[in-house]
Design a protein around this ligand. Structure first.
Ligand code: PMT
Length: 224
């Protein structure tokens, strides 16, 4: 067993982009590669935690560490179920996944055939997983991400309060070297009191280590 500042702690990490089915061969998703979430899962394990990685669609291969429990999900709904069913046992949850805000109202059982010149897809809101967990909080440390293309600070702080988070990691995904698909990220981490940590261009591994160190300090009350 790995020793470290998170020894004995159960950490759940979500990664990747959810897949919202239109029909058996088509879906709505996003550009998340899984890299950020995978880096967090690896870093949590290296710090001694018992790690469950809940991954939606990813471009990258997930960590091949037998000590990291990998659960594959597809949609926002299946991610919600996977996370809430493990919530009571969780100490820290980090939600790096890019979850669809809307899904097709109807998912066809067979391939939709080409017909008219235009086609309308009706979408309905998915359940906000973080907001649901924020309301179910019972001692867990809850961390969200905010992927923004401007006004990152404003939107991140709003999400922190609205979703009852302990920390939020804002990344401006329109900045070169930050966000989707890259090996690096540029983040600002906030708590209810304001800015906690600004990380200039850093590897996703480094962002993961710094974020988990913060979480470990906050749950133990000891500076690391
Ligand atoms: O995977 P990579 O290629 O490495 O890219 C990393 C990343 C850009 C995906 C990652 O750093 C990131 O920002 N993840 C969050 C993406 C996102 O969905 O941001 P958001 O601002 O739309 O959502 C805010 C938070 O609410 C997120 O923690 C999200 O997981 C959560 N959410 C959103 C919608 C929903 N229905 N349920 C949720 O829990």
């Amino acid at each position: 067993n790995v020793k470290g500042p998170l020894a004995g702690k159960k950490v759940i990490v979500t990664a990747g982009g959810t897949v919202e089915r239109i029909d058996p061969v088509r879906y709505i998703s996003n550009d998340s590669s899984g890299k950020m979430g995978f880096a967090i899962a690896r870093a949590a394990r290296a710090m001694g935690a018992e790690v469950t990685l809940i991954a939606a669609r990813t471009d990258e291969t997930p960590p091949q560490d037998p000590e990291i429990t990998l659960i594959r999900v597809e949609s926002a709904q299946s991610m919600l179920e996977a996370v809430t069913s493990r919530w009571a046992e969780c100490d820290i949850l980090i939600k790096a996944a890019a979850v669809a805000d809307y899904r097709p109202m109807h998912s066809a059982d067979s391939k939709i055939k080409k017909s008219g010149d235009t086609m309308t897809l009706e979408l309905v809101k998915t359940t906000d997983i973080l907001e649901t967990l924020g309301k179910m909080k019972d001692g867990q440390f809850l961390v969200g991400f905010a992927a923004e293309t401007g006004n990152a600070e404003y939107y991140a702080k709003d999400k922190l309060v609205r979703k009852n988070l302990d920390l939020i990691v804002a990344n401006d995904v329109s900045t070169e070297g930050a966000g989707f698909g890259t090996d690096t990220n540029i983040v600002s981490i906030y708590d209810a009191g304001g800015l906690v940590l600004d990380l200039p261009l850093s590897s996703k591994d480094e962002v993961a280590r710094r974020l988990l160190t913060l979480a470990a300090e906050r749950i133990s009350g000891v500076a690391l």
